[in-house]
Design a protein around this ligand. Structure first.
Ligand code: NAD
Ligand code: USQ
Length: 383
């Protein structure tokens, strides 16, 4: 299949583009490289030294003989987006190309507006471009488990059947997101659902949990193919951050009581889930939702597992409960369904399967690149 990966220079997108190319798909990457610019703006950097996108792609070609096309530009530039789509003619578009940090979106008004403009308008442009130029193309859009929030009932996959005053309907599952970033994903979902209904587009919304890990079969082939690994207080996510904190002897930054529970998955499963979605496209007019995660953990569970794995490697790992900079429920019910991808053949990796050791080893290998000033959280939801 021909697959355009929007956001293919990022953490999930780079690993996915290489995986799809390795599986024999014809792949192109579209990326504005704005994420590298945001890192520079925040004076933060990935733990791992990532090469320029052109160097990465040349190395991939030299190693495997497989060519990945490259379109550098912003999906909010409609003429550019349409040209990339009509030049490449994809069967599927995988859309990772958004501002994806909750803390970034909560810095101030400017960053909230930037996040929602970049994400919501970008996605709307993509819907129009597909409708006007490639109406049969399957949109595989990265959503997030955080769209649902933490309701006191089980979380279904996108829809819930409700009986009310003697009548019954299947409706979009209620959304209670926890940041202006997570809200942008909810707005995207509504726009995609509407576009499928009015224009008959086909789309899969992958409500992904928090991704952890850094190595996939392909990114591990060569140092120049290495993936990014964020550890700073804005773009770093809890599990990845904790491994790097353990490696440099910084106490693990658990926010609040640490009883918050989240859905998670290994990056090796991200790439496989996307491929499963592409191989099994939604029908015309269908807006399909898959919850893309493999396990649920509390933040305390993760901290304890990393402490144990770190201690077994001789690292002294302390845990520090910080005042929670976010406004979020810390004690709550959380039970989400994830059967759709499993039924289509996903065979998950589990956190217990030595991932922590390899992630910790990775963190130790690059620990000299850590800027400890970037570790503590600086963005407060209440400010
Ligand atoms: P990332 O920041 O590493 O990568 C995103 C890429 O998109 C960057 O390379 C950036 O330059 C590009 N981009 C952003 N806006 C663009 C635009 N307007 N036009 C073109 N390119 C643009 O993020 P990631 O961690 O790889 O996340 C990818 C997607 O997956 C996001 O939509 C995110 O919301 C979703 N997601 C990520 C996680 C996670 O844990 N990382 C979990 C759930 C969902
Ligand atoms: N947390 C800590 N300590 C830290 C960092 C985070 O305790 O040092 C806590 C947070 O308070 C929160 C939880 O860990 O309760 C998750 O935070 P996170 O930063 O790991 O993840 P989140 O902000 O939810 O965002 C990440 C990605 C985002 C994606 C989302 C999936 O950045 O792109 O959409 O995970 S989900 O959480 O399912 O919505």
């Amino acid at each position: 299949m021909r697959v355009l990966v929007i956001g293919g220079d990022g953490y999930c997108g780079w690993a996915t583009a290489l995986h799809l190319s390795n599986q024999g798909h014809e792949v192109a990457i579209l990326d504005s490289l704005v994420r590298r610019h945001w890192d520079a703006e925040l004076c933060s950097d990935t733990l791992t030294p990532i090469a320029p996108i052109q160097t990465r792609l040349q190395r991939w070609k030299d190693l495997t003989g497989k060519e990945i096309d490259l379109f550098i530009g912003d999906i909010n530039n409609y003429a550019f987006l349409v040209k990339a789509l009509t030049d490449f003619k994809p069967d599927s578009v995988v859309h990772f190309g958004e501002q994806r940090s909750a803390p970034f979106s909560m810095i101030d008004r400017e960053h909230a507006v930037l996040t929602q403009t970049n994400n919501v308008m970008g996605n709307l442009n993509l819907l129009y471009a597909i409708h006007e130029h490639m109406p049969d193309c399957h949109l595989v859009k990265l959503g997030t488990m955080g769209e649902y929030g933490t309701p006191n009932i089980d979380i279904e996959e996108g829809y819930i059947t409700i009986e009310h005053n003697g009548r019954k309907d299947t409706l979009p599952y209620p959304k209670q997101p926890g940041s202006f970033y997570h809200l942008s994903k909810v707005h995207d979902s509504h726009n995609i659902h509407f576009a499928c209904k009015i224009w008959g587009l086909r789309a899969t919304d992958l409500n992904q949990g928090i991704v952890y890990g850094v190595l996939t079969e392909e990114t591990g082939m060569d140092e120049l193919l290495i993936n990014r690994l964020d550890y700073d207080g804005v773009f770093g996510t809890a599990l990845n951050r904790f491994c790097i904190q353990a490696a440099v002897g910084h106490p693990l930054t658990v926010y609040g009581s640490g009883k918050q529970t989240r859905a998670m998955l290994d990056i090796r499963d991200t790439v496989r889930c996307v491929e499963i979605a592409i191989r099994n496209p939604a029908d015309k007019g269908e807006f399909r939702v898959f919850n893309q995660f493999t396990e649920m953990f509390s933040i305390n569970d993760i901290a304890m597992q990393i402490k144990k794995a770190g201690n077994s490697m001789g690292l002294n790992v302390e845990v520090n409960n910080l005042d929670n900079p976010r406004v979020e429920a810390e004690e709550h019910y959380f039970n989400a369904k994830n059967t759709n991808l499993l039924e289509l053949g996903l065979n998950p990796h589990f956190l217990s399967d030595s991932l922590l050791d390899s992630l910790l080893n990775f963190a130790v290998k690059y620990k000299n690149r850590v800027d400890e000033k970037q570790i503590m959280p600086k963005v407060n939801w209440r400010a």
